[in-house]
Design a protein around this ligand. Structure first.
Ligand SMILES: *Cc1c(COP(=O)(O)O)cnc(C)c1O
Length: 379
C-alpha cells in the first residue's frame, strides 16, 4: 500500500508532469514572469468555467478577501458578519481594515453560517456578510441573499474551500459557488481543490465597476500607469502559478468527482458506526469535499486522534478553537454561550485524509483503524 498522506500532491503532479514541466519551462523561456499572457488567459478560462463576468487574480486567498473589502469602501467601525467556525483569514482581514467583525454560530449539520443568527446579528452598522462555503459545501445562499437584499448588505463569498461546488436555487437555477454574492474569493494554496505550486488567489464578480476597482487596488491603486488614485496593495499571481492552474483547471471537475467518490466510500465504510456522525450533505449543494470531516460522539474524538497518531495515519482537526476564543479576535460582545454549536464542533470534529489520489485499499485501512478504536470492525 502507498504511504497514506493527508494530501498527496506528488502523485497528482506525476500524472501531469510532462505538460506541467513544459508549460513552466515556456514561462521561464518567455521571461514574462509577472502579468504574462498565462495570467490573462487563466482569468478568462476561470470566468468561463465559473460563469462569472470578471476574474481578478491576486497573491493569495487572504489578499482576495482583504482586497474585496477594500473595494466595497467600508469605513472603520462598519460591521461585517461572518462565521465563528472557519479559518481565521476571514476574520483577520476584517480586523486589519479596522472594520468590526461580528461572529455568529454555525449550523450543526452543514457547519456553515447559521442564517437565523445572521439575522439576529444585523444592526444599523452592518455593511457586509462573508459566508464561507466550508469544507466544500455551499452555504444556503438563497435565503442568505434575501437577507442581504432586505438589509442592503454586501455579500462576499469566501470560496477558498469550495471551488467547483454548485448551489441550486428553488427555481432550478444552478450557480457555481463564489459567483452569487457581490464578490467571491478563492485561494489556490497547493492543498485547495484547485491548487497551484505556491501561493495564489482570485476574486470573482459580475459587477463592472467593482471589477475595475479591484484591478486598481491589486496594483497599488493605479488606474493609469504611475497615477495612484488610492492606496492599494501589491498582490499578484505570477505567470508560473497561472500556467500550473491553467493546466489543472480542465481537470477540476474530475478532481472534485474523485473527492466525492472517496467521501462516498468513507461514508459506506463508517456508516454503521454509532459513534460517528458522517458529513451531512445538503441536497441544494454539490459538496466537493475539500475536507472529509466527521463528528465523533461521546467525547471520543481526542482518543481517536491519539489512536490515529500511534498508527501513523494523518488527520486534521479543523478547527480546534472557535474564532471568538482566539486571543487576536476576542471581544466583550462575543459571549461564549452564544456559540453552542461551534463550541461543541471544536471538540467533536476530525478530518480524514482527503485528496484526488486516495486508493480504496488506503481508505479501508484508515477506516479499519478508526473502527478499531470505536469498537466496530469492518466485516
Ligand atoms: C485557505 C483559506 C483562506 C486563505 O487562503 P490563503 O491563500 O492561504 O491566503 C481563506 N479562507 C478560507 C476559508 C480558507 O480555507
Amino acid at each position: 500500500m502507498k504511504k497514506i498522506q493527508m494530501v498527496d500532491l506528488q502523485t497528482q503532479y506525476q500524472s501531469l508532469k510532462p505538460v506541467i514541466d513544459q508549460n513552466i519551462q515556456n514561462v521561464i523561456d518567455s521571461a514574462r514572469f509577472i502579468n504574462g499572457p498565462d495570467v490573462k488567459s487563466l482569468q478568462q478560462e476561470l470566468s468561463d468555467y465559473l460563469g462569472v463576468k470578471h476574474v481578478i487574480t491576486c497573491g493569495n486567498g487572504t489578499d482576495a478577501l482583504q482586497i474585496s473589502l477594500m473595494a466595497l469602501d467600508l469605513k472603520p467601525g462598519d460591521e461585517v458578519i461572518t462565521a465563528d467556525f472557519t479559518f481565521a483569514a476571514t476574520v483577520e482581514v476584517i480586523g486589519l481594515l479596522n472594520l468590526t467583525p461580528v461572529l455568529v454560530d454555525v449550523n450543526p449539520d452543514t457547519f456553515n453560517i447559521d442564517l437565523e443568527q445572521v439575522k439576529k446579528a444585523i444592526t444599523p452598522k452592518t455593511k457586509a456578510i462573508i459566508p464561507v462555503h466550508l469544507f466544500g459545501q455551499a452555504v444556503d445562499m438563497e435565503p442568505l441573499l434575501k437577507i442581504a437584499e432586505e438589509y442592503n448588505l454586501y455579500v462576499v463569498e469566501d470560496n477558498a474551500q469550495a471551488i467547483g461546488s454548485e448551489y441550486k436555487f428553488s427555481d432550478g437555477r444552478v450557480a457555481k459557488t463564489g459567483t452569487m454574492g457581490t464578490l467571491g474569493t478563492t485561494s489556490f494554496f497547493p492543498s485547495k481543490n484547485l491548487g497551484c505550486y505556491g501561493d495564489g488567489g482570485a476574486i470573482f464578480t459580475n459587477d463592472d465597476h467593482l471589477a475595475h476597482r479591484l484591478r486598481g487596488i491589486v496594483n497599488h491603486g493605479m488606474y493609469k500607469r504611475y497615477y495612484h488614485d488610492e492606496i492599494g496593495v501589491n498582490s499578484r499571481l505570477d505567470s508560473i502559478q497561472a500556467t500550473v492552474l491553467r493546466t489543472k483547471l480542465p481537470y477540476l471537475d474530475i478532481y472534485n468527482e474523485k473527492r466525492i467518490q472517496a467521501a462516498t466510500l468513507y461514508n459506506r465504510l463508517l456508516g454503521d458506526c454509532e459513534q460517528v456522525i458522517l458529513p451531512f450533505h445538503d441536497a441544494k449543494s454539490k459538496h466537493v469535499f475539500h475536507q472529509y470531516t466527521l463528528r465523533i460522539k461521546n467525547g471520543k474524538r481526542d482518543a481517536l486522534a491519539e489512536h490515529l497518531k500511534e498508527k501513523n495515519i494523518p488527520f486534521g482537526i479543523y478547527y480546534p478553537v472557535p474564532l471568538h476564543m482566539q486571543k487576536a479576535y476576542m471581544r466583550d460582545e462575543f459571549v461564549h454561550k452564544n456559540y453552542p454549536v461551534t463550541n461543541q464542533l471544536v471538540q467533536e470534529v476530525i478530518s480524514l485524509p482527503m485528496h484526488t489520489e486516495l486508493e480504496v485499499e488506503q481508505q479501508e485501512y484508515i477506516c479499519g483503524i478508526v473502527l478499531d478504536l470505536l469498537k466496530w470492525k469492518i466485516e
